[in-house]
Design a binder for this molecule. Structure first.
Ligand SMILES: Nc1ncnc2c1ncn2[C@@H]1O[C@H](COP(=O)(O)OP(=O)(O)OP(=O)(O)O)[C@@H](O)[C@H]1O
Ligand SMILES: [Zn+2]
Ligand SMILES: [Zn+2]
Length: 728
């Protein structure tokens, strides 16, 4: 008899314990099983098995409750190998999240502990030749020799009649069998070109290869050929029969990197990111697990890909905030990459034109190896960047969103037949609706935010919950019928541009226009084919795009990312401006950039205009040191949430007091109301803790977590976020 400890899917901490079941047979650790839980039949995850010589009766006498048997076994093999099972436990401890939520984060939906396998394998009928002597007719022989040349051909592609095939099957010459086919998320489009590395690139590659097991920071300016370095490294490990993990930040970017990797390595590449269909993800995951592919390209969660014998893990655009998971378990991808690299004795490469302050500081300290690619390929100069002071524009009575130099540059670029990228930094800048008579601004009743005008659908929507209403006819406050949309959204600017510039053809690139499957790719392909001369978009267009004919980049409002209550505001602004500038002048022609701002002297803007990372780094480090922010300390954000406003502040104060008496060398800020105090009808207060020594703060938080999320369950919820990126 075996006692099986089973984790059950329940996203609350109080269930982060295992439940004991019995089994007559030994089971494998890490498989899913059907169990009875209360009155339900649910799926559980086998955490451990223990053999016992006692009978059920004797066992029950010992523990004083009635054991149930496992109803059925779901998986033949463990979902996760030993390495990943250990990682799940480590992740749970690191982030103070339930183990089951860590398993959920690591597996594709179809394999998640609670899932019911809605999508399964895709199969098709294939023809296989077993024996070719007994064919009688000429036609049959002809068909057989065709089939021998095309082993395992799908039945529907065989250019012979079904009757003929049926006869051959009867004679025992062939068999028609059902075979699994993989759903292919992308098809190959371009042909691979062979590129000789520059001396600088080669040096980087050699350096990284001769320090196996280290973390390398590759600081290379935009267009310096980092991708080519990644490809060469990948080829090297592949030749050694080792696996390669290539991580990219945004969903929008993944298809481009996938394309480049597919061109070079064919179907040895698997893709993992959130835009794939359930079925595609399931297939890709199993291709990796069966060791049919050696390279994985994907976004954040691909860091958990079940690759074995990993040689290298590469994170492109390592500074990107999307590497931080913003829901349970709140992990930082680079942290996971480093843990896995250690297990596999793999190298880690963190690549960026604008490394995060934390990474560059580590490189200067010698914790990481630093590699630089200071020049663009073929010594192409970086674009000339001009800063336009918008206060001056107002003084000259230009109230338009476009300054005079911006207007001129856009028009000239279009006239020359070249292309323009325009960045509208939209954060907090979406259009909202205000009553012209009483000033009432329409807000979401469930969240402390204004409703956004989605003109094309005649709707107002909340961006934080599902709330949506029709465009109002009368003001709910005064009954007036005069409304005005305030602010600029990409949609509004798109209309304006087409009126303002001769010959302008705009492609709008944002969440709305890229929602459909491969929408990003299709839109970018249109731009590449020159079906439009202006690409207008939000932050999404700042990264990774490589278009030869883009010679002008305009930033409409550089300040919006500067004026947010986040200690990384300057860093984010600097990164965004460098990245988007880097899209200009990548081909033969010189690039030009205009940044419109109300803060023309801010170092984030002046350093970006000079492409001067190092100066920015040192100035920003001074500020972080004085204000005591990372990398000079660690940080954890504690979010206290409750549906009851009357409790929340008292609980937050209790948490603070507990932390104060149970930790040393900490600075505790707050509690304060969150930037968005009410979200989805839940009130939110926040405490920020800066600390140097992680041991006691970690213990204190673990206790707090235990107390409120397990014992006091229901009243409040506490969410701890180490290395917080978002503070809304
Ligand atoms: N050794 C080389 N010889 C010729 N062309 C190269 C070489 N290496 C890279 N390139 C080309 O230079 C261009 C820029 O390279 P790549 O896109 O890799 O830059 P990057 O450093 O990743 O830039 P970004 O940070 O802006 O994404 C690409 O078109 C690439 O094909
Ligand atoms: Zn009104
Ligand atoms: Zn809302």
């Amino acid at each position: 008899m075996y006692i099986v400890k089973v984790l059950v899917e329940h996203p609350v901490h109080s269930l982060d314990t295992t439940f004991d079941y019995l089994s007559h047979e030994p089971l494998l650790k890490g498989i899913r099983v059907w169990i009875r839980f209360g009155y339900q039949k649910i799926i559980g995850y086998v955490e451990s098995i223990e053999e016992t010589v006692l009978s059920q009766e004797e066992l029950e006498k010992q523990v004083g409750f009635h054991y149930q048997y496992i109803i059925d076994v779901i998986d033949e093999e463990p979902l996760l190998n030993e390495e990943l099972q250990d990682l799940a436990n480590q992740l749970s401890r690191m982030t103070l999240s339930p183990r089951i939520s860590c398993l959920q984060a690591m597996l594709p939906t179809q394999l998640k502990p609670a899932s019911h396998q809605a999508v399964g394998m895709k199969t098709q009928l294939c023809v296989e030749v077993i024996m070719d002597q007994s064919a009688k007719t000429v036609k049959q022989q002809e068909c057989l020799s065709f089939l021998k040349k095309h082993p395992d051909i799908p039945l529907k592609e065989v250019p012979y009649s079904r009757a003929l095939l049926k006869n051959l099957e009867k004679q025992g010459c062939i068999q028609i069998i059902e075979k699994e086919v993989y759903r292919q998320p992308f098809s190959m489009t371009h042909q691979a070109k062979h590129i000789q590395l520059t001396v600088q690139q080669q040096k980087v590659v050699d350096g990284i290869l001769s320090h196996q097991g280290r973390v390398a920071l590759l600081h290379g300016v935009t267009g310096s050929g980092k991708t080519e370095v990644y490809l060469t490294l990948a080829a090297h490990y592949l030749k050694n029969n080792q696996a390669v993990m290539m991580l990219v930040p945004e969903i929008s970017l993944t298809p481009m990197m996938v394309e480049v990797f597919r061109e070079r390595f064919g179907d040895q590449v698997a893709i993992l990111h959130s835009r794939l269909s359930q079925g595609e993800k399931y297939d890709e995951y199993r291709r990796i697990k069966r060791q049919e592919v050696k390279i994985v390209v994907g976004a954040r969660s691909a860091v958990f890909a079940p690759l074995e014998n990993i040689g290298i893990i590469i994170l492109d655009e390592e500074h990107d905030p999307s590497y931080k998971q913003e829901s349970k378990p709140r992990y930082l991808t680079s942290q996971i990459a480093k843990i896995r690299a250690k297990t596999h004795h793999a190298s880690v490469v963190l690549g960026s034109a604008t490394p995060s302050l934390e990474s560059y500081a580590r490189a200067l300290k010698g914790i990481y190896d630093l590699y630089e690619l200071p020049d663009r390929i073929n010594q192409k100069p970086l674009p000339h960047v001009e800063i336009v002071d918008m206060i001056q524009q107002t003084r000259q009575h230009n109230y338009s969103l476009f300054s005079i130099p911006m207007k001129q540059s856009i028009q000239t670029t279009i006239d020359k037949g070249e292309q323009v990228i325009l960045l509208l930094n939209k954060r907090g800048y979406a259009t909202y609706v205000q009553c012209q008579d009483c000033g009432e601004v329409l807000k979401c009743p469930h969240c402390d935010v204004t409703l956004t005008d989605h003109r094309s659908e005649h709707k107002l929507k909340c961006h934080y919950c599902e709330y949506m209403i029709d465009y109002p006819r009368v003001c709910p406050h005064c009954g007036s019928t005069h409304f005005k949309s305030i602010g600029y959204g990409t949609q509004k600017i798109e209309e304006e541009i087409e009126k303002l510039f001769h010959g302008a053809k705009v492609l709008r690139y944002d969440v709305d226009t890229t929602r459909q499957k491969n929408g990003h790719l299709k839109l970018l392909e249109k731009f590449r084919n020159k079906e439009a001369n202006i690409l207008l978009g939000t932050q999404m267009i700042a990264k990774g795009l490589d278009f030869e004919d883009v010679t002008f980049v305009g930033v409409l409002n550089a300040d919006l990312s500067l004026n947010v209550p986040d200690f990384r505001a300057s860093e984010r602004t600097f990164q965004l401006l460098c990245q988007v500038s880097g899209r200009s002048g990548r081909g033969q022609k010189q690039g030009h950039v205009i940044i419109q701002t109300y803060n023309p002297d801010h170092y984030a803007i002046t350093c970006a205009a000079k492409h001067d990372y190092v100066s920015f780094f040192h100035q920003e480090m001074k500020y972080r040191q004085v204000a005591k922010y990372p990398p000079y300390c660690h940080m954890v954000s504690i979010l206290i949430q409750s549906k009851q406003e009357k409790w929340i502040h008292q609980v937050a104060m209790d948490v603070k007091n507990y932390l104060q008496t149970h930790s040393h060398q900490t600075i505790i800020l707050g509690p304060a109301k969150s930037t968005i105090y009410k979200m989805q009808d839940i009130y939110r207060e926040r405490i920020l803790v800066k600390f140097l020594n992680s041991k006691d703060i970690y213990e204190a938080l673990n206790n707090i977590n235990d107390y409120y999320n397990k014992q006091q369950k229901g009243k409040v919820r506490i969410v701890c976020d180490f290395n917080p990126y978002s503070q809304i």
